[in-house]
Design a protein around this ligand. Structure first.
Ligand SMILES: *Cc1c(COP(=O)(O)O)cnc(C)c1O
Length: 450
């Protein structure tokens, strides 16, 4: 192992250049501060994606709102806008102080993407957006739709017949498959979801019940994506949702930031020079947390500090960003097994597109052990009655970590005197579709670890 070569350098050399790799390879928890993090105005100069792109995505979702409201009545209250609540969680904050012995200074909030309608996870943002965009492109190109139409006409036999001539494919560990599968089937597309071995049985069954073709692979996420890509490439009427490289997914996620700002404004929560905002986002391949981070930076610039969270056994974005190798490297190259209960985060190779886009905007990445996810899962149910899937708890570990090893970040960025004014947002990424009996098992496991 020690004399193994990775991208032209021996493991010994990699460890010498990046000593944190010793801990990462031993699957110990770490907190990495991104040394390439820059002032916002400087960092955006190197990024080709602009505010106009995100605004365009926001407008597209508004055009589709009448369709969504009609096709998914559960969204009628929000008039077809797919959005989640944000709430303060003071009881959880108190409990964290007791159990983890960490005093979180500032307000503690949770952004409940677990409650997003239709797909029950953060994938209801990017995944649904990308399929809607594809549907719009096809319909406009074929003279069936114009931008000025009331898009509720899409919920009809005429459109379903039209879309049934086209197919959509995706590779997933579970939740992206759910979101792409549900929206594509509803529109009338033929949809195939390639599921990795990590995918939970109930997620596959739910999709099959909605008429989605589910192909089960014995391999990990990267391989499932590759299979999906291959299959789609052989059919000109097939569209592949590329979780590793998709700009559209990224833009769908980024829209969340505008919506969040509206919510914080309504709650009279200030974010400015004296009131820093900290956001903690679970990271798999990177699109979800990356898109949200990009949007938040557009909105709040240097006043928002975004951290990604990864399982100790799947630290792909951490290794990719730290070494600068991005998608040229997988955790397996460093002998890490990519085995985690956090199925949404079980990704061994990060998105190079996301890693490079956020290279100068991300504050840092920490890793978390699976057992901590379960402990937090039970605590959050006990204190606030919020039920999340294990992956979604990775963000909840962030504030605990920040006021521990992460404190150096606060000191180095002269934030110490501002922490009483800070707001911390745990980005919860999934959970509302988890069957009750499975959630009970998760809860019991967490309790046994407390
Ligand atoms: C997909 C997912 C993430 C991470 O999103 P990526 O785009 O893969 O980084 C986090 N949590 C849950 C529950 C997810 O399903």
């Amino acid at each position: 192992m020690e004399d193994k070569f990775i991208q032209g350098k021996s493991l010994i050399e990699w460890k010498r250049d990046y000593p944190l790799l010793n801990e990462i390879i031993s699957t110990n928890e770490v907190f990495w501060f991104n040394p390439k993090n820059q002032r916002y105005n400087k960092a955006v100069r190197n990024i080709s994606i602009s505010e106009d792109n995100v605004k365009d995505a926001e407008e597209r979702l508004i055009r589709f709102a009448p369709y969504i409201a009609k096709a998914f009545p559960e969204t009628s209250k929000s008039k077809g806008i797919i959005e989640s609540p944000i709430v303060e969680i003071p009881k959880m904050k108190g409990k964290v102080k007791k159990i983890f012995n960490r005093n979180i200074k500032g307000k503690l909030l949770i952004k409940c993407d677990n409650d997003l309608p239709i797909a029950g996870s953060i994938k209801a943002r990017g995944g649904i957006y990308e399929v809607l965009k594809h549907a719009e492109d096809l319909a406009i190109k074929n003279g069936m739709l114009s931008l000025e139409d009331d898009y509720s006409i899409i919920d009809s036999e005429k459109f379903r017949n039209f879309f049934s001539k086209y197919s959509i494919a995706v590779g997933s560990t579970g939740n992206l498959g759910l979101s792409i599968g549900i929206i594509s089937a509803k529109l009338g597309f033929n949809v195939t979801v390639h599921m990795s071995a990590d995918a939970k049985e109930w997620k596959k069954n739910l999709l099959k019940s909605k008429g989605v073709n589910v192909v089960e692979h014995n391999s990990d996420y990267t391989k499932a994506v590759e299979e999906g890509r291959k299959e789609a490439a052989s059919d000109p009427n097939s569209y592949f949702v590329d979780d590793e490289n998709s700009l559209n997914l990224f833009l769908g996620y980024a829209v969340a930031a505008y919506r969040l700002k509206e919510q914080l404004d309504k709650m009279d929560i200030i974010v400015d020079d004296e009131h820093p905002l900290f956001v903690y986002l679970p990271c798999g391949v990177g699109g979800g947390p990356g898109g949200v981070t990009f949007g938040l930076k557009l909105v709040y610039g240097d006043n928002v500090h975004c951290f990604f969270a990864e399982p100790t056994h799947s630290p792909c974005m951490l290794i990719g960003m730290m070494t600068g190798l991005h998608d040229k490297v997988s955790v397996g190259d460093f002998g890490i097994d990519n085995i985690t209960e956090a199925d949404g985060l079980a990704v061994g190779r990060p998105s190079g597109f996301v890693g490079k886009t956020l290279e100068n905007l991300l504050s840092g990445i920490y890793t978390v052990e699976d057992n901590e996810l379960y402990r937090l899962l039970s605590l959050l149910i006990d204190t606030e009655d919020i039920s999340l899937e294990p992956s979604a708890l990775a963000g909840a570990y962030g504030p605990i970590k920040l006021f521990d090893e992460g404190y150096r970040y606060i000191e180095n960025n002269n934030l110490k005197d501002k922490m009483e004014n800070a707001t911390h947002i745990i980005w919860s990424t999934g959970g509302s579709l988890v069957p009750k009996d499975i959630m009970k098992e998760y809860y019991k496991k967490g309790l046994s670890l407390l």
